[in-house]
Design a protein around this ligand. Structure first.
Ligand SMILES: [Zn+2]
Length: 266
């Protein structure tokens, strides 16, 4: 459960997600890990990197980086101000990964090969934020390894962060999971459906229509007979599933991760 940012998290959101997954017949077979309770584990990983001089303290504010950094794949690229030590009079705020060169390719099961030069396109990224929280990139890598996750399926808006995660897996000596990034469902303005845009949630009391819509959106053959229950749906859907039919989404060169991806016709 990616609830690192407890301040921004809506009350009850985590339970709501679990109830929805359950209603849709998507069950989990081990206890749920909550990132908000695991900061000691993330700190261990950070210390491992720090001991090898792979991290450094940064005293820059977001505004300073925005003013000095050129535009990158995910906001301004850190200009390296504190790389060789904090400038005089500066207090440490965040902690960054020192990246000298890191060109990393991900062979995504759906999107194909995705290559990123992390040093040039992203820069020295944050592992521990100014508010003391560990960064998402570090937390997910540690969690995936601990839970023996070997296949990661998620939205294509996270494709651009996969090379950073691969880099951290290698630096920490962790296994390297396979990735499959799915196309995103967008609204009519090409924006990702989300709570911040007031998109309507899926209906927990009537999951079948949403499941069938998602099924078709992912390029799968519709059933010859409509399933009547969730159990019937999954009994038919699991063997009928074909990864080869999922439409691809490729991030056009030069676009940012936050920009909406192109709509995918169903
Ligand atoms: Zn700095």
């Amino acid at each position: 459960m990616e609830d690192l940012d407890r301040v921004r998290e809506a009350r009850g959101a985590a339970d709501d997600i679990l109830r929805t997954l359950d209603a849709f017949g998507l069950h989990w077979d081990e206890p749920v890990l909550y990132q908000s309770r695991r900061s000691a584990v993330y700190q261990d990983a950070l210390l491992t990197l720090r001991a090898r001089d792979l991290t450094y303290a940064c005293g820059c504010s977001r505004r300073e980086i925005a003013a000095a950094g050129r535009a990158g794949a995910e906001g301004p690229i850190y200009p390296g101000t504190c790389r060789d030590g904090l400038p005089p009079g500066r207090a440490p705020r965040s902690e960054r990964l020192r990246i000298d060169s890191a060109r990393i390719s991900i062979d995504d099961r759906i999107q194909g090969r995705f290559t990123q030069d992390i040093a040039a396109d992203v820069g020295d990224f944050v592992l521990r934020r100014a508010d003391g929280l560990h960064a998402y990139q570090l937390a997910v890598v540690v969690d995936d390894a601990e839970q023996h996750i070997d296949q990661i399926v998620r939205g294509a808006d996270l494709l651009a962060s996969a090379p950073r995660q691969r880099l951290l897996q290698r630096l920490l000596g962790l296994p390297e999971p396979a990735y499959a990034h799915l196309p995103l469902a967008l609204d009519t303005d090409g924006r990702k459906l989300s709570k911040s845009l007031a998109s309507r949630p899926v209906d927990r009391s009537d999951p079948l229509p949403a499941l069938l819509a998602a099924w078709q959106f992912l390029g799968q053959q519709p059933p010859s007979e409509l399933p009547l229950t969730i159990a019937e749906f999954w009994a038919w859907a699991v063997p009928a599933w074909s990864t080869e039919h999922i439409p691809r989404y490729r991030q056009p060169p030069g676009t940012t991760v936050t920009a909406p991806p192109p709509a995918i016709e169903s």
